[in-house]
Design a protein around this ligand. Structure first.
Ligand SMILES: NC(=O)c1ccc[n+]([C@@H]2O[C@H](COP(=O)([O-])OP(=O)(O)OC[C@H]3O[C@@H](n4cnc5c(N)ncnc54)[C@H](OP(=O)(O)O)[C@@H]3O)[C@@H](O)[C@H]2O)c1
Length: 260
């Protein structure tokens, strides 16, 4: 199936690992030129090598999204290199395991850092991307939230930040001036996704028996998801075929969440 995005220019924030890298690969395999940004230069150069194999233009920009200046510099670099952007995936985020179970013991800095890493970063990249998309009368902005942004459970600073991301996309999707200029705004809400060397994987390595029990009890499929399974949905939302999907929050969780 032709997704109609060959030759488009895309930025995937946090695109050097996990869901972000899988999304960047999916876009590159459809012929999109892809920029990624994240902190660790080693991870960035490994990801760059993987993406280059698709024969598209690639950019890797070092940036910590908790530093406002880094976001400005990253976007300026993309502006200078490409002068355009058609697709933005606000993937960077996390913090669901930051702090502790105790609200009293968790500092206010954790709340603000988690909010900034997820919601403020999405706001900043979105504000940068919109004028480009308006000029060219086409754009796709998709934000990676979480099932925790839709329902209770988990640590509140994370749920609040993820709910804010979903709200941001929904509010923008109702702005007629933006959507009539050809831009769509959507969210993907993944459930538990198993990614090497991150939270779930560390839990699995620490106590494989307990991990297996938890998965069988809480995940209808009896397994966690893969980054590629999320990337497939992200890719569709970035495609021309998704032109009527605007303001949606699509759950990609194998049935883990309880809300409708
Ligand atoms: N994995 C899950 O179970 C799951 C479930 C629901 C939602 N999500 C959401 O999916 C998104 C991606 O998560 P993931 O699990 O794929 O994470 P991951 O595998 O840990 O990858 C995170 C990516 O973001 C980059 N990154 C992290 N902190 C950054 C910062 N401060 N500034 C710039 N880049 C940063 C990382 O590179 P560096 O570390 O080098 O910066 C890496 O490229 C997040 O928004 C997360 O909340 C994940």
């Amino acid at each position: 199936m032709d997704l109609g995005i060959k030759g488009k220019y895309a930025l995937v924030t946090g695109g050097s690992h996990g869901i972000g890298l899988a999304a960047a690969r999916a876009l590159a395999s459809e012929g999109c030129h892809v920029a990624i940004c994240s902190r660790d230069p080693k991870r960035l150069s490994t990801a760059l090598k993987i993406l280059k194999k698709e024969g598209v233009k690639v950019l890797a920009v070092q940036a910590d999204v908790l530093v406002a200046e880094d976001i400005i510099n990253a976007t300026k670099f993309i502006d200078k290199s490409w002068k355009k952007i058609d697709i933005l995936i606000n993937n960077v985020g996390g913090g669901g395991r930051w702090g502790s179970e105790s609200m009293e013991e968790t500092s206010e800095k954790v709340w603000s850092d988690v909010f900034d890493k997820n919601a403020t970063a999405a706001v900043r990249f979105t504000r940068w991307a919109i004028p480009h998309m308006r000029r060219q009368k086409w754009g796709r902005i998709v934000t990676v939230a979480s099932v925790h942004g839709k329902e209770g459970g988990g640590r509140p600073w994370f749920n609040m930040a993820k709910a804010a991301q979903i709200s941001l996309m929904k509010c923008l999707s109702l702005k007629t001036d933006l959507v009539r200029d050809g831009i769509t705004f959507n969210t993907v809400a993944p459930g538990g996704i198993l990614i090497p060397d991150t939270g779930w994987d560390e839990e699995r390595k620490k106590n494989p028996k307990l991990f297996k029990k938890k998965v069988l009890e809480n995940f209808p499929l009896g397994r966690l998801g893969t980054p590629e399974e999320v990337a497939g949905v992200l890719l569709f939302l970035c495609s021309k075929n998704a032109s009527l999907v605007n303001g949606a929050c699509i759950t990609v969780d194998g049935g883990e969440s309880k809300s409708f």
